[in-house]
Design a protein around this ligand. Structure first.
Ligand code: IMP
Length: 195
């Protein structure tokens, strides 16, 4: 590693997310997972907004380990359900990460409702030198009546982005990444970091 490389911690242990960010940032930066940066703590997402959750993760790691840190929090907001599931997207049906049950609950709650408008949101907090910087990505769309497609993850089979006829789960990953909430938030972060 050259002396001029800056170390960044991404507040996740998902190696795939780290690899993706590393590729986008290039070799001026070295991106590490929490474990690689020496953090084995389970940071509870106790916030009630995406902003709070992404900030609490970034601040925790910066305060304890001193690394510049990037943290994100995302979810689905459905208009007719008062913006539920929001920060509870991963555990909407009770069990963390059970996407099948989460989708079933969402479709059941929307049964008979005409307003299917929804949006995915991502908030990224970049904590650097003791200061926080926030970036947000939003993609508007609507919830289908039935699941369609096998790609992606989470609520992808029931979300059609505005201007498209396919769900996120039916489109190629490259198309989703260009227009997705996460993709848009990351583009803003990159523009800021590379300045
Ligand atoms: P995270 O903050 O990126 O871990 O996202 C929290 C939860 O929001 C996930 O477990 C999914 O249920 C949902 N979610 C976030 N982004 C997406 C997406 O791109 N497609 C489908 N579901 C998503």
């Amino acid at each position: 590693m050259s002396a001029s490389k800056s170390l960044l911690c991404l507040a996740t242990n998902n190696a795939h997310k780290v690899e993706e960010l590393q590729q986008m940032l290039g070799d001026r930066f070295e991106v590490k997972t929490m474990n690689e940066a020496g953090c084995y703590d389970d940071i509870e997402e106790t916030g009630t907004t995406f902003e709070e959750n992404s900030k609490l993760k970034a601040v925790y790691i910066f305060d304890k380990f001193g690394f510049d840190t990037i943290a994100d929090d995302s979810g689905l907001e459905v208009e007719a359900l008062n913006n539920e599931p929001g920060v509870y997207s991963a555990r909407y049906a009770g069990e963390h990460g059970n996407h099948r049950k989460n989708i079933e609950k969402l479709l059941a709650n929307l049964q008979g409702k005409e307003n299917r408008r929804a949006r995915f949101r991502t908030v990224i907090t970049f904590m650097s030198g003791g200061q926080t910087h926030t970036f947000e990505g939003v993609v508007n769309g609507r919830i289908t009546e039935e699941q369609r497609g096998t790609g992606g993850f989470g609520y992808d089979p029931v979300f059609i982005p505005e201007g498209y006829g396919e769900t996120f789960a039916e489109m190629p990953a490259e198309t989703k990444n260009k227009i997705s909430h996460r993709g848009l938030a990351v583009q803003q972060l990159l523009a800021f970091i590379k300045k």
